[in-house]
Unconditional design. Sequence first.
Length: 130
Amino acid sequence: MYKVTVFAKSFCPHCKATKELFAQLNIPIQVHNLDTMEDGADIQAALLELTNQKTVPNVFIKGKHLGGNGECILKTFLKVSGLYLTRWLSWNKTIMIQKMLLKLHIKVGYWLKCLMTLIRKVTEKISVLS
């Protein structure tokens, strides 16, 4: 069973672009060329009622209506750019956490140094008084 179903017309340049997009992504698709089917006009009319989209390609993924060629390109772009953005953010967060830990380490080190100096001075005062 195919996860992607495309209702298209064999002469449509947008349909061709959609088919090529899925081919480049190595995603197998089921294509119904409405212009070569006997009941193609009836199917297109039913698709219009179902999706409120009268143009082709009309794309469904796992039975859910996605839209046409523009939506396919947009979804692909968002997914790919989102993947890179996620990788960048996770890398960026790692760097940010490392910087925060370094600052915290420096602050803790500073306060520890201050505390040790204070303890040393107090110890010196106590030994002078004894």
